[in-house]
Design a protein around this ligand. Sequence first.
Ligand code: ZN
Length: 152
Amino acid sequence: MAFEKFRRKASSKMRDYQRRTSAAPTPSWMQGRYGSDHLGRLLLVLSLVCIVLSLFPRLWLLSLVGLVILSICYWRMFSKRTDKRYQENMRYLRATAGIRRRVRKARKRHADRKVYRYVRCPECRKEMRVPKGKGTVRIVCPACKSEFTTKS
Ligand SMILES: [Zn+2]
């Protein structure tokens, strides 16, 4: 049947794709376990920071804190309650959405600091960017339509 043929071909293509992209197959002992996520990576970084700081003489207690955090990190990775772990991660992402947005913005500003200058509308405080090196420019705020001039 044509469909059977198509399916066989598609699945062999899929195998080729997996081989090419060297997507490591999930090992059997990891099957059904949760694995890594954003919260997991944060815990890992926190535990490493604690362990490094614990090398300072007065901060040795931090090595215990780091080990506890690392244990939580691994316990989450090997957990089979994937729904609960997923919910934890979502709570973490929601709670830190504002901070992560600000970090993203700061990175972007830094990346194009040579090409753009960031200014605020004097009327509505909306932030916008203007190309650098164009002398004095007249700007119409896209939000409130008020006009102002600024150096670029
Ligand atoms: Zn405005």
